[in-house]
Design a protein around this ligand. Structure first.
Ligand SMILES: *Cc1c(COP(=O)(O)O)cnc(C)c1O
Length: 404
C-alpha cells in the first residue's frame, strides 16, 4: 500500500534507536534473565524522571496496580474507591483481590475523579457500613489521556480520612501538576509501558513510591515471594510479575526520547486545534455545576478541546475532542469515527465508564452525568509521536470533508 492509504494507528510504538544497544549488551553479558543491569538502570531512570525515591519495574501496569492494592492490605470484602471513567485495567485488580470497587464520576475540568463526589462517597460508605469497617481501603485516581487530575483536592480529602491514594499514571508519564510530575503523587504510583503508551517496552509497567519497604515488598511479591532459605520456601502468596532484563533494555532506550515524544504529541494536539477550528470547553461551567460547557467562538466547528487548567501540564498522550452535533450540522462523534475508519484511520470513542460496563454495572456508583456525556460525544484522534505531516493532513481533510 502506498502512503496515502496505509493504516494510520491511534498510537503506535515509536523506537528511538538506542533500545537495541541495551538489548545487545544484555546478550553479550548473558544477562537474559532473571534481572540485571537494565532492570536496575531503568528503575533508576524512572525514579530520576518522576522524582520518586523508589521504583520496581514489572510485567504490566495491571500487575503494578495489583501489587499496589496488595500493599494497601486489600482483602476480600474491602472497598476501594476508583475513578469510573478509565480503562478496565485500573479497576480489575480490585476484583483480583475479591474486593469491591466503588466508582466515582469525573469533574468537567480534567475529566478525572471529582473531589467533591469522592468526599461524599467516603462519608456515605462510612454511614452505610460503619465508621471503621466502612472506610475504603484505598483511592485510585487516574490522569486520563495525560491530563493530570485535581490531585491537590483529591489528596486533601484522602488525608482527611487517612486513606492511601494509588495514582494510575499509566497515561501521564511526563505530565505534571503544580510543578510536580505525575508518577509522584499519593502513596504509590502506577506506570504502564504497553505498546500504545507514550513510551513502550512492548509490554511492562512500574510501581513507584517513597517508602523503601513498600517497594522492596513489591519486588519480593513480584518474584514469587521466596523466603530467605537455600531451598524454595514460601510464607506468602507470590506472583511472577517482574520485568525481564531484555524488556528493561527497551525502556532504557525509550526514556531517552520521552521528552521528544511529549513535544510531538503536544504538537499533534495543537495542530488539530488549529486545523479543526477548535473551541476550548468552557471551564466556568464547572464552577456553576452545569456539566460539560459547550460555548462556541463565533465561527464554530462544534469541535471542543480540553484546556490545561492553571498549573497543569499534559503530555497530550491522546488528543481528545468532544463533538457537539448541534453545531456541526448534525455530524456526530460516531459519524467522524466511521468516516476516518473508512479511510483506514484508527480512532476510538473515549473510555466507556466502568459504571456502564456489563462487568461493573452492579457495583456502587456516585455519579453526576459527566462521564456519560463524555462517552457519548468524545473521540480520541490519532496521536502517535511518529505521525507524519502527511498523516495529519490526511486525518483533518477527512474531517473537513464531513463538516463542510
Ligand atoms: C494502559 C493502562 C493501564 C494498564 O496498563 P498495562 O500495562 O496495559 O497493563 C492501566 N490504566 C490505564 C489508565 C491505562 O491506560
Amino acid at each position: 500500500m502506498d502512503d496515502s492509504t496505509s493504516r494510520i494507528y491511534l498510537s503506535s510504538p515509536h523506537m528511538g534507536g538506542k533500545e537495541l544497544d541495551y538489548i545487545h549488551d544484555a546478550f553479550k553479558k548473558n544477562w537474559i534473565a532473571p534481572l540485571g543491569e537494565n532492570v536496575d538502570q531503568f528503575e533508576k531512570n524512572l525514579q530520576d524522571y518522576t522524582g520518586r525515591s523508589h521504583a520496581a519495574v514489572v510485567t504490566s501496569g495491571t500487575a503494578a496496580m495489583h501489587l499496589g492494592l496488595i500493599l494497601c492490605g486489600l482483602q476480600a470484602g474491602d472497598e476501594v474507591i476508583c475513578q469510573s471513567l478509565t480503562f478496565a485495567a485500573t479497576a480489575n485488580p480490585i476484583r483480583y483481590q475479591g474486593a469491591t470497587p466503588i466508582f466515582i464520576d469525573s469533574e468537567p475540568e480534567t475529566w478525572n475523579m471529582d473531589p467533591q463526589l469522592l468526599e461524599h462517597a467516603i462519608l456515605d460508605r462510612m454511614e452505610k457500613n460503619g465508621e471503621t469497617a466502612g472506610k475504603p481501603k484505598a483511592i485510585i485516581v487516574v490522569h486520563l489521556y495525560g491530563m493530570p487530575a485535581k490531585v491537590d483536592d483529591i489528596l486533601k480529602v484522602a488525608r482527611k480520612f487517612d486513606i492511601p491514594v494509588i495514582e494510575d499514571a499509566a497515561e501521564a508519564l511526563g505530565s505534571s501538576a503544580g510543578g510536580k510530575r505525575c508518577g509522584n503523587f499519593g502513596e504509590l504510583s502506577v506506570l504502564s509501558f504497553n505498546g500504545n503508551k507514550i513510551i513502550t517496552t512492548s509490554g511492562g509497567g512500574a510501581l513507584l513510591g517513597d517508602q523503601k519497604e513498600l517497594i522492596s515488598k513489591a519486588r519480593f511479591l513480584a518474584t514469587q515471594a521466596r523466603d530467605k532459605a537455600p531451598h524454595y520456601q514460601h510464607s506468602e502468596l507470590g506472583y511472577n510479575y517482574r520485568m525481564s532484563n531484555i524488556v528493561a533494555g527497551i525502556g532504557r532506550g525509550q526514556i531517552k526520547v520521552l521528552d521528544e515524544h511529549i513535544a510531538a504529541r503536544r504538537s499533534n494536539h495543537d495542530y488539530y486545534f488549529e486545523q479543526l477550528n477548535g473551541n476550548w470547553l468552557d471551564s466556568d461551567s464547572a464552577e456553576t455545576g452545569q456539566g460539560i460547557g459547550f460555548k462556541a467562538r463565533m465561527a464554530t466547528s462544534g469541535i471542543y478541546f480540553l484546556k490545561e487548567p492553571e498549573g497543569h501540564f499534559s503530555n497530550r498522550w491522546l488528543t481528545t475532542v468532544l463533538v457537539n452535533p448541534q453545531e456541526t450540522g448534525g455530524v456526530t462523534r460516531e459519524d467522524i469515527r466511521q468516516a476516518l475508519e473508512e479511510e483506514n484511520i484508527e480512532c476510538r470513542p473515549l473510555w466507556k465508564p466502568m459504571h456502564m460496563q456489563p462487568l461493573y454495572s452492579d457495583f456502587p456508583y456516585y455519579g453526576n452525568g459527566i462521564s456519560d456525556k463524555l462517552f457519548e460525544c468524545g473521540l480520541c484522534l490519532p496521536s502517535g509521536s511518529n505521525l507524519s505531516s502527511s498523516d495529519r493532513q490526511r486525518i483533518v481533510s477527512v474531517i473537513h470533508d464531513l463538516l463542510d
